[in-house]
Every structure is written in C-alpha cells, then in structure tokens.
Design a binder for this molecule. Structure first.
Ligand code: BES
Ligand code: MN
Ligand code: MN
Length: 466
C-alpha cells in the first residue's frame, strides 16, 4: 500500500501543472446555478466533470437528471469504482460544480470566469467553492488510479451536484429515493475551510438554513409619491418596520420561541474553540473590515458564527434603483431574508415560527406573503470513528501538524442527509483559507493548498483502504 501511495503522491506532484490547467478550463464555465441564463453552462460543467471521471478510469459515469414535474433541476454527476473487494470500505466523494453569481463584477481585479494566477493563488469564481476542491478529489483519484495500474485502494463512489448554492433540492430527493445507489461507509466532503493557514482542519459541524422572501403589497399600482404620499401605504417602509422587529441591536432574534431547540456547544468544544489561534482584532480589521463586530454580547466569535442561529437580509428588490431619482410609491417590494440554524433546530419548525411572527407584525394596509425558497438542516458529525482518525493521520503527514476540529458557519444541505438518510459518518476535509473570498469578488484558492489537498486525499483514501 505504501509504495503505491508514494507513487500516487509522486504522480500528483509531477502533474501539478496539468491539474491546474484543467481546473482553469472548468473555472471558465460560468456554472451559476441560480441564474436561468446559465442553465446551459451549468450542464456543460457537469459534462466536463463526467468526461474527466471517465477518462481517469472511473466506471458507470453518468449524469443523473433532477428535473421533475415540479421543478427544473441541474444534473448530478455520478461515477464509481467498486473493485477493491468486499473487505475494503466504500468512500462517497462529494462536491459541487455550481457556483454563486460573480456580481458585483467591477470589484474583481481580473474577470471571474477568466482564471488568473497571482501570488501563488488562482483567482476565479468557484476557485475554492467548490470547483477547485472538487477537482482535488478527481485528481487524487486519477493519481491513485495511475499508481495502482487502474485500481484504487478503496471502493469509491463520486457524486457531484450542481445545485448546492441554491439549496441542493435535487440531490436531497435523489438520496431520499435512491439512497441505495450511494451506499457507502463514509462520505468525504471538501467544501469547507482551514481555520488558519498551515493548520490542518476538519469541520465537524455546519449551520442549517432557511432562505425566505417576504413580499409586501400596498397599492394596486405604482403611485406618484407627491399625489398619494401621506395617504397610500409604502411597502418598503412596511418591510423596514418588519425587519426592524426581527432582530434587536444585540443580535438577538425576536421571533417567539426561535431559540427553544438551540443546543449549547459542549464544554469540550468550547474549550477547544478557545484554544484556537484566533486574533479577533485581525479578524475584524482584515477579514470583516468593519469598525466593530456585532452580535450577541458575551459569546465568542466562534460561538456566534458556529453555534448560534442568526438572521440576515440579503437584498430588497423592487421600486426604483436606477441612477437619479424617481418619485414613486411602489406597489410591491420584496425582502430576501435568511436564517442560519444550529442543532437541534429544524427548518420546518423555524420557518413556521418566523412566518407566523412576520404575519402578526404586518403594518396596516400592507399584505405580506412569506415564502420559503430553500432550506437545509444543521448538523454536527461524530469524530469518534476510524475515518476521522485516517483523515488526521493523512493531514499530519502532509502538514506536519495535528488537526484542529472546528464547526463552520456555512451550510452544505446534503451533509445532513448523508448522516440521516445514508446513516454514514462524514469527513469534512476542506482546504480553503479564511481570506479566500467565498461568494465575494476576487474568490481565490491558494495553489499550495490545492496540491496539499490532493496529497491529503490520496493519503486518506490509501489509509482508509489499508
Ligand atoms: N462551501 C459552502 C459552505 C461552507 C463554507 C461551509 C465555509 C463551511 C465553511 C457552500 O458552498 C455554501 O456556500 N453553501 C450555502 C448553502 C445555501 C445556499 C443553502 C451557504 O452556506 O450559504
Ligand atoms: Mn461550497
Ligand atoms: Mn458556496
């Protein structure tokens, strides 16, 4: 096993340049899952990934359609290689090939879909979230295949989705209905970050979320604000009043009963989080770039971002947003509002409480409609298994350091389903950095971490198979 593993590591090192060139080709495809005008690009990205899985020797490679009578979905990419024998475990490698919108475009130093190398980083939308990290899986598999003469040290299934950034409904339905086709002993997810540069990190918890829209309707048509102002309701003002009652100045969410199911992190977790190398002032200044940090007093940044629910407003479409001025009372306005959830909150119950509360505080003369766009469960995964051990051993070899365990404030909706539906542990081994600008302009992936990620995955899969 070790000689093959070392051969795979050597293969990966020798082919680094080509791996990056291939990643660039994938990054040039603007697979923005939320944008209807990009459906064709999203499919092209799926086909690109499928073609490469086939080329490296994976079997049963196919696109799985997720379009149903109810919805238009982006395809899943599936592949497997299951000849390592019954005694060897099966690893389910997960990633996503869709990306967030690149806007605002004028904030990018180089165009988001023209991947550019600068200072040891590759800049592009999706560089780290998650095309670059998903590509590490593919390249680790290629390296192992090459070293093993067309064999792998473990059984492997690969599932790559194209809807993670829009809630992952398609893959969730597939796991519910065809979970048997993803039968595995452990899931490997590389879609999270390292806590600090050079610090190998396993993510052991994710927040869930409910993403909603509140639509406010006042007058039946847009009105002249001089002729009708003073008599007609304004849906933007109404939304502002509603939003102001959702959360107080101390970051406390005011929805009745919202915190009922919130579990406190364990004493061990809190102790471990305190011991992490964290400079709050640097975080405020360099990462967030605001004059102060907000949120619940008395709780650390880690507690606030990993173990507490929160509520944010993302945008308020409607009315007049062009240059200059237009004196109009819009007939309708929308607020996009999401809440992050933590164990043991559930999306259904949280949404019901939120909806009832919003409806109860609707200002006079304005009709509110509260819609759920998508949701995902919060999750904490167990660390007490041989796979986590194999992961920390793999990363110790690569980084020369012990792994830290953190939670992530973000969400990967399908991870909860892996645990609940497939009943398998999940190893979240991610290689992003805190300043990689996920979802923001100038997203990047540190190339050294791309290489170290590939080597870590080669070693992990070899270790699990040993
Ligand atoms: N990779 C992120 C999630 C993430 C980032 C987890 C950093 C831990 C650390 C993922 O692609 C993501 O952005 N998810 C969305 C999900 C949502 C749209 C349902 C998110 O968290 O906003
Ligand atoms: Mn991601
Ligand atoms: Mn993302």
């Amino acid at each position: 096993m070790t000689t093959k593993m070392m051969a795979a590591v050597a293969f990966a090192q020798k082919n680094e340049g080509r791996f990056v060139d291939e990643l660039k080709a994938l990054l040039r495809i603007p697979s923005v899952s939320t944008a209807p005008e990009h459906v064709g690009d999203v499919r092209r990205a799926a086909e690109f990934v499928a073609a490469e899985l086939k080329r490296i020797g994976m079997e049963n490679v196919r696109l799985i359609e997720t379009t149903t009578a109810e919805r238009n979905g982006h395809p899943l990419v599936y592949a497997d290689w299951l000849h390592a024998g019954k005694a060897a475990p099966t690893v389910l490698c997960y990633g996503h090939y869709d990306v967030q919108p690149a806007e605002p475009l004028d904030e990018w130093k180089t165009p988001p879909f023209e991947p550019t190398e600068r200072d040891g980083n590759i800049y592009a939308r999706g560089a780290v979230d998650d095309k670059g990290q998903m590509w590490m899986h593919v390249k680790a598999l290629e390296s192992l295949m090459a070293a093993g003469g067309g064999t792998l040290p473990v059984n492997v299934r690969v599932i790559v989705e194209g809807e993670e950034e829009v809630g992952g409904e398609g893959i969730a339905a597939f796991v519910r209905e065809h979970g048997d086709q993803l039968k595995a002993d452990v899931a490997l997810v590389s879609d999270t970050e390292m806590f600090a540069p050079e610090l190998p990190t396993l993510c052991v918890g994710l927040r869930g979320m409910i993403y909603t829209e509140i639509e406010a309707r006042g007058a039946k048509v847009d009105l002249h604000s001089g002729m009708y102002g003073g008599a007609a309701p304004n849906p933007f003002v109404a939304l502002a009043q509603v939003i102001a009652k959702l959360k107080d100045e101390n970051g406390k969410i005011l929805i009745p009963g919202f915190y009922d199911k919130v579990q406190k992190p364990t004493a061990d977790e809190l102790k471990a989080w305190k011991a992490l190398p964290f400079d709050e002032e640097h975080y405020r200044e360099s990462e967030v770039g605001s004059s102060v940090l907000t949120g619940e007093p008395g709780l650390s940044v880690q507690e606030r971002t990993w173990a507490r629910p929160t509520l944010d407003v993302h945008g308020m479409p409607g009315g007049f947003i062009g240059a200059g001025a237009k004196t109009v009372i819009p007939a309708k306005a929308v607020a996009k509002v999401s809440m992050r959830l933590v164990p043991d909150m559930t999306p259904a119950e949280s949404f019901a409480k939120y909806k009832a509360y919003v409806e109860s505080i609707a200002p006079k003369g304005v009709a509110l409609e509260v819609r759920l766009i998508h949701s995902g469960d919060p999750i904490v995964v167990s660390t007490d298994n041989s796979y986590v051990k194999a992961a920390t051993e793999a990363m110790r070899e690569v980084f020369g350091k012990e792994t830290v365990f953190v939670r992530g404030g973000g969400s990967i909706p399908i991870v909860g389903d892996f645990v609940r539906e497939l009943k398998i542990p999940t190893v979240m081994m991610g290689f992003g950095l805190p300043d990689d600008n996920l979802h923001a302009p100038n997203e990047k992936f540190h190339l050294a971490n791309f290489y170290r990620g590939i080597e870590s995955i080669v070693r992990f899969l070899s270790g699990v198979g040993a």
